[in-house]
Design a protein around this ligand. Structure first.
Ligand SMILES: [Zn+2]
Ligand SMILES: [Zn+2]
Length: 230
């Protein structure tokens, strides 16, 4: 796609947003509800044992694997009944933002970056059987840690992904951590790489495990994938 056709698609997608769409609410609602739920869950923890706390990195690694699979399997492939996920991601998000043109132009473009506002709560509901199983096994602390980890992970995903799509020279875009992690996602936004490489958006752990972390030929040379698209 040329820069011009990307600009037209961006305009068209933004024109489809309802008039009442409010970007800061799109950011604030999942943050407030998610952090509230995580804080409540953590307030229920009693007599925490070291081995229970040691489960948190395992939960995070599991989340990283789910992120990889969901991104590769649902966002980059049409799946019956879940086609909307593919459409929002591959023909829209990836078509508007390419490796050398990642930044949003206006706050309303949060609609093209973030999950729907109910996304955090939906993912929490989807993973609640695991929390219930921990309860059933007499491990309420693990249930609480699980809930807090799921919420924190999804919010971390959302905020990092948004940070990668903010202007590179802005206050957030310039942060060392954002710069370091953005490069991985930026390569994923090269049209010729997106179906095969760099499916992790947060930390590229599962990309390393599955061998899908893209290594550009010629270490310090900017890969062709990142050269300006026509
Ligand atoms: Zn992206
Ligand atoms: Zn993608």
């Amino acid at each position: 796609m040329t820069r011009q056709s990307r600009a037209e698609l961006r305009e068209e997608l933004l024109s489809r947003l309802p008039r009442w769409y409010t970007p800061w609410l799109h950011l604030a609602f999942p943050a407030a509800s998610g952090l509230g739920i995580a804080a409540f869950a953590l307030s229920r923890v009693e007599g925490l044992r070291a081995w229970q706390l040691a489960c948190v990195p395992l939960f995070l690694a599991f989340g990283n694997a789910v992120e990889w699979h969901a991104h590769r399997g649902l966002l980059h492939r049409r799946t019956r009944f879940l086609e909307v996920l593919y459409v929002r991601h591959t023909p829209q998000h990836h078509a508007v933002y390419v490796a050398d043109d990642m930044a949003i132009r206006s706050a309303r473009e949060l609609a093209l970056i973030l999950l729907p506002a109910y996304g955090v709560l939906a993912l929490l509901a989807l993973t609640s059987p695991i929390a219930l199983a921990f309860f059933g096994l007499g491990q309420p602390n693990l249930a609480a840690l699980w809930v807090a980890t799921v919420v924190s992970y999804v919010l971390g995903y959302e905020w990092l992904h948004l940070a990668y799509h903010l202007p590179e020279q802005g206050r957030i875009g310039r942060l060392w951590l954002v710069q370091a992690l953005r490069r991985h996602h930026q390569l994923h936004h090269a049209p010729q790489l997106m179906q095969r490489w760099n499916f992790n958006v947060t930390v590229p752990l599962w990309d390393l495990v599955r061998g899908t972390s893209y290594r550009a030929p010629g270490a310090s040379v900017l890969p062709g994938a990142l050269r300006r698209q026509p």
